[in-house]
Design a binder for this molecule. Structure first.
Ligand SMILES: Nc1nc2c(ncn2[C@@H]2O[C@H](COP(=O)(O)OP(=O)(O)OP(=O)(O)O)[C@@H](O)[C@H]2O)c(=O)[nH]1
Length: 422
């Protein structure tokens, strides 16, 4: 099964919620009618603005930090269970001195895990978009269609709010769908296509792989509330970076809970990556300092530091994170190079609050959204992208080591809205 198919299956709860809602809206007062809106044209127009946005986003950043390096070629085979679509890490990319500092680690996947894992080109706009391909099949002429009026628009807004898109985003998306289409008859599949195109447009600017720097070791601080999936995500990322030829070290910085350390050790073993630990209750900043020293001595490429997630004691957590940063900066003034916030999609709009809070207590540079499989709350990603514009580096779609996917806005939008691919 293609990766899109898997993602769609895993986002089934989100898409079926939208599906059922849209069905109910259109059936309510709808009747068999021919198409009145050229959805292909509308989606093509939205895609065009997306491509423009993507081009602007991919322009080199002006400020120059460390120089980029050539990133090793991804492993040709997944390290573990070959069945799931693998997300492998960095894309090989030669550098030139005057190129921007940052090399984006292209988290790529194979549509068929048995095929070679081919690094995706960042210029995704050069191939026809997924939505375009889906719509290119030609639609059914007569479907149940309902005239788009204020009542229907309101129902659509409500449905999107219920899907965790957040009020502001839901209103904006509905308004964009309605623009120029009031009084026209729309079918469920037409609304889905327009919705998917709008979602993809919002998500495009935030779909950015974890940036890789030539700095060795690159320090990645991982933050998030307890249970959000930090440990699992660190394990998955470690496995993928290792598969791409990177030397990785993990620091078990949640010294407050022995179980958290043990769990991280299990993930480290799975990924084949060393995990540095300290006794329960010891100072996480001191562990982080030792881990950075070790990573430097060993010539590691990446150091991932797990942290505690006790948000209920926000002041303590803030001080703990600030101390970790202060202490590791004694060894590397630029560290941490990334601060990843791990969020649990099943918490819906609560994830928005978490971003707000963690941005206040740490310098969040990007997001990983976990547990998108089996939740009906996938819409929260749209809300996060629209509200904060923080990069979404990857999405967690299961509990296995390979269940971390790069974030692809079109696939996500199509899966979220339940668009059918032939
Ligand atoms: N279905 C699903 N489960 C996930 C995913 N990511 C993590 N989990 C599960 O979520 C639970 C919590 O994950 P952890 O990685 O332990 O979360 P944590 O943030 O480290 O939590 P603490 O150790 O309590 O700080 C575990 O049961 C994981 O298996 C995902 O993408 N999908």
């Amino acid at each position: 099964m293609s990766f899109f198919g898997k993602l769609k299956n895993r986002l089934f709860k989100s898409s079926s919620k939208l599906d059922e809602g849209l069905d109910a809206i259109v059936q309510d007062g709808g009747e068999e009618a021919a198409a009145e809106v050229d959805v292909q044209e509308a989606v093509a127009a939205i895609e065009e603005t997306r491509v423009e946005a993507a081009e602007v986003a991919s322009e080199p950043a002006p400020e120059v930090a460390p120089e980029p390096e050539a990133v090793p070629e991804p492993a040709k085979e997944p390290v573990t269970d070959p069945a799931p679509a693998p997300v492998v890490a960095p894309e090989p990319q030669a550098s030139e001195a005057e190129e921007p500092a940052e090399v984006e680690a292209e988290l790529v996947r194979s549509s068929d895990p048995l095929e070679d894992v081919v690094a995706a080109s960042p210029e995704t706009e050069s191939k026809p978009g997924l939505l375009g391909r889906i719509l290119g099949r030609g639609g059914e002429e007569t479907e149940t269609r309902r005239v788009l009026d204020d009542d229907m628009l309101e129902s659509l807004e409500e449905l999107l709010i219920q899907s965790d898109m957040g009020v502001d985003t839901a209103l904006r998306v509905s308004a964009n769908i309605a623009e120029g289409r009031m009084g026209k008859r729309l079918s469920v599949s037409e609304i889905k296509a327009l919705l998917a195109a709008e979602v993809a447009r919002i998500m495009e600017p935030v779909a950015k792989p974890l940036p890789l720097y030539p700095t060795k070791p690159q320090v990645v601080l991982v933050v998030g509330v307890n249970g959000s999936g930090k440990t699992t995500t660190i394990g998955k990322l470690a496995s993928q970076f290792r598969a791409a030829g990177k030397k990785v070290v993990i620091a078990a910085g949640d010294t407050f809970r022995a179980a958290a350390v043990e769990q991280l050790q299990v993930w480290g073993d799975r990924a084949g990556v060393p995990v540095l630990t300290a006794p329960e209750g010891s100072d996480p900043a001191s562990l982080a300092f030792d881990a950075l020293s070790k990573a430097q001595e060993d010539g590691a490429d990446l150091l991932m530091i797990d942290t505690a997630g006790r948000l209920q004691n926000r002041q303590d957590l803030m001080e703990e994170l600030a101390k970790i940063v202060r202490v590791i900066r004694k060894k590397d003034p630029e560290a941490p190079h990334n601060t990843l916030l791990v969020l649990d999609a099943t918490t819906g709009q609560n994830a928005v609050t978490q971003v707000d809070v963690f941005r206040k207590i740490s310098d969040v540079s990007g997001l990983v959204m976990t547990k998108l499989d089996g939740t009906a709350r996938g819409g929260v990603l749209v809300s996060l992208a629209d509200k904060f514009g923080l990069p979404i580096h990857a999405i967690g779609v299961g509990e296995q080591i390979d269940d971390l996917a790069p974030f692809d806005p079109e696939e996500f939008a199509a899966a979220l809205t339940g668009l059918e691919q032939s």
